[in-house]
Design a protein around this ligand. Structure first.
Ligand code: NDP
Length: 271
């Protein structure tokens, strides 16, 4: 089967931001393929096609991308949304824990990108939209592995975009602030907890849950993703909400000392 409609492939479309983005892209005229590790075979749900995909698995990525091209004949937009959080102080997390976060949030994005690029380059057209975070440009005490993974995505995407632009393909970033999804409950917990960090870790976990629960509606982030997919002159970075754009401005204009103080105050760290 091939289609004349543009095709969007959205990773991690079973919940949260990915689900909202998949529905918004479908409403915007895309044929949408959403993925979940729990999907079995190829299924239709909510007007979307669902495929099984684990972005941490090379074979799973290759198979899923081949399947989409075989079924639809094209991939116009890839939304690299699948991601997991981390919690605990850096010293409380093994390297293996951090590797797990990077394997999904960073290498998962690279695997998907490498799988779709030959196809997009061949067509001289395509957009790769990577879901970053405000934690891709500000620090996150007690979520260091996660913040590092999103900082990595920022550098990766901006570099890649320079390489592929002349081939008609763009790599773009969408930066959500706290968003009301299951993200917190899916975060990787520390595997080497230390008493010295216990109280501050609990404060950080409570704060993260509050930012999540009181955060933006995933539909707001989905609007930014649709804009990145469809704008005739796309921007490299899309702040996903008013809150995300406000924090981005603060990061750029506040003196380093004042910003550092704000981070310690918000995170209830001794000053
Ligand atoms: P959710 O936990 O609701 O969704 C995460 C999605 O990622 C799920 O659909 C899950 O699908 C998928 N996923 C997890 N691991 C894998 C994997 N190995 N392979 C394939 N899919 C996987 O969180 P959000 O919707 O909040 O998160 C979406 C993105 O937004 C993430 O990249 C996150 O970092 C980013 N973000 C979120 C913010 C927030 O406050 N919520 C703020 C800033 C950025 P399944 O389990 O079905 O496979």
């Amino acid at each position: 089967m091939t289609t004349t409609r543009p095709v969007a492939l959205v990773t991690g479309a079973s919940s949260g931001i990915g689900k909202a983005a998949a529905l918004a892209l479908a409403a915007g005229g895309f044929d949408v393929v959403g993925t979940s590790r729990r999907a079995s075979g190829v299924a239709r749900r909510d007007g979307l096609t669902f495929l099984a995909l684990d972005v941490a698995d090379d074979d799973s990525v290759t198979t899923a991308v081949k399947e989409v091209i075989a079924r639809f004949g094209r991939i116009d937009v890839l939304v690299n949304n699948a991601g997991i959080g981390s919690s605990g102080a850096d010293e409380e997390n093994s390297v293996a824990r951090a590797q797990r976060v990077f394997d999904i949030n960073v290498f998962g994005v690279m695997r998907m990108t490498k799988a779709v690029l030959p196809h997009m380059r061949g067509r001289g057209n395509g957009r790769i939209i990577n879901i970053s975070s405000i934690l891709g440009f500000i620090p996150a005490p007690y979520m260091a592995a996660y913040a590092a993974s999103k900082h990595a995505i920022e550098g990766y995407t901006e570099s890649l975009d320079h390489e592929i632009r002349e081939h008609g393909v763009r790599a773009l970033l969408v930066q959500p602030a706290g968003t009301n999804t299951s993200f917190e409950s899916n975060a990787v917990a520390p595997d080497m907890p230390l008493q010295i960090y216990a109280e501050q870790r609990r404060i950080a976990d409570r704060l993260a849950a509050t930012f999540n629960n009181d955060g933006d509606d995933p539909a707001t982030v989905a609007k930014a993703i649709v804009a990145a997919a469809t704008d005739s002159k796309p921007k490299l970075r899309y702040g996903a909400s008013r809150n995300a754009r406000r924090i981005s401005t603060a990061r750029r204009i506040l003196p380093a000392g004042a910003f550092d103080g704000q981070i310690r105050k918000v995170n209830k760290l001794a000053r």
